[in-house]
Design a protein around this ligand. Structure first.
Ligand SMILES: NC(=O)c1ccc[n+]([C@@H]2O[C@H](COP(=O)([O-])OP(=O)(O)OC[C@H]3O[C@@H](n4cnc5c(N)ncnc54)[C@H](OP(=O)(O)O)[C@@H]3O)[C@@H](O)[C@H]2O)c1
Length: 327
């Protein structure tokens, strides 16, 4: 594994090149501001009628129509949602980006699954932050940065790697570490982690534990606190210290339950399900299914989640804890 820090990364490639950040959402805002504060000439490309135009202008950023912003730039950072990227590439980027220009992605999905086939003359790189947009900006503003994965998909000019490294440095990633990766590794591990741990695994684990306590006659409010509310403190401790040191700071009773009951709850059946989910991601079955079913599955999943007792109880209890949003 190669991990590079500020002193290892080449920085200069963006010094003389304008960067167009397409989109001003979670990552677009964070990265446009970080680049600007790193001294890069940056312009934000926003479509006509964008509700975020005023916010970008209020931050002192230059804003132009996407095609104009792309034409005046050497590098285009594609920070619109992954599902919108193929259309944006086809209709706006491909006709406007200069020959030998560079495309930067923050996630490999559109390239990895062949939804965008970039022009052969372009450099195509990925600088994928290991953090949500808010963190990418807030941690940069503290003089540090979140880690990132870096990859080159297409090196048409021989400069793809130096542009990617310069971009990673300007976005603050060199403080925490830039891991050399590939579009396949980033995309497949990111989808897998969402499914197995961060979204699918965690949400279903919490919901099922809550249901188990309520079904056994315990008060839903108590079940909410111990199965959902306290996850945050454990997750933060795990991030700061790692699992073995968290175990040293919990009680002996909690630690005994961890070793003996944890593997029953998440056992070999879960491992088999994880392996199956990973295989579906890698061979494309997941994305084909996504295309066919996403418009049915999302509305129904959201309806069920909204109507669950966990939400009713949670909304009531969170109303008494406004400090949760401030932390
Ligand atoms: N969310 C994260 O923290 C995070 C973390 C790591 C990586 N990423 C990656 O970063 C990339 C951007 O994700 P994001 O979550 O930052 O996106 P997002 O917040 O949903 O992006 C919103 C922006 O995209 C623009 N947009 C949406 N659809 C568009 C279209 N069809 N044509 C033109 N502009 C369009 C919106 O334009 P308007 O202003 O006109 O509405 C808005 O400015 C993705 O590749 C994602 O996987 C995101």
């Amino acid at each position: 594994m190669t991990i590079l820090y500020n002193n290892d990364l080449s920085r200069d490639a963006l010094a003389s090149r304008r960067v167009c950040v397409l989109g001003f959402g979670a990552q677009g805002r964070a990265q446009a501001l970080n680049l600007r504060d790193s001294g890069i000439d940056v312009v934000v490309g926003l479509r006509e009628g964008s509700s975020r135009r005023d916010a970008a202008l209020a931050e002192g950023l230059a804003v132009e129509e996407p095609a104009d912003a792309i034409r005046s730039s050497h590098v285009v950072v594609v920070l619109v949602p992954d599902v919108a990227q193929p259309e944006v590439y086809r209709d706006v980027i491909a006709p406007s980006l200069r020959e030998g220009g560079c495309l930067v992605f923050a996630h490999g999905f559109a390239i990895q699954y062949g939804r965008i086939e970039p022009r052969a003359d372009l450099d195509v790189v990925m600088v994928a932050p290991m953090g949500i947009g808010e963190q990418v900006r807030a941690i940069y503003a503290r003089g540090a940065g979140v880690p990132a994965l870096l990859a080159v998909h297409q090196d048409a000019t021989g400069e793809a790697m130096s542009i990617a490294q310069s971009y990673a440095t300007a976005n603050g990633h060199g403080h925490a570490g830039v891991i050399m990766s590939s579009f396949a590794e980033e995309t497949e591990t990111d989808l897998f982690a969402e499914q197995a741990v961060l979204c699918g695994g965690l949400h279903h684990l919490v919901t099922m534990a809550f249901e188990t306590l309520v079904e056994a006659g315990y008060q839903p409010e108590v079940a909410y606190f111990c199965c959902l509310h306290e996850v945050r403190y454990m997750a933060e401790m795990m991030q700061r210290r790692g699992i073995s040191r968290v175990r040293e700071s919990i009680s002996d009773i909690a630690e005994y339950g961890d070793y003996t009951r944890g593997p029953r709850v998440i056992g070999e059946e879960s491992r088999a399900a994880m392996r199956a989910a990973l295989a579906e991601i890698r061979d494309g079955r997941f994305t084909r299914e996504l295309d066919a079913r996403v418009n049915d599955v999302l509305p129904e999943g959201r309806r069920q989640a909204r109507e669950h007792l966990l939400e009713e109880v949670g909304a009531k209890l969170r109303a008494g804890m406004p400090w949760l949003d401030e932390d």
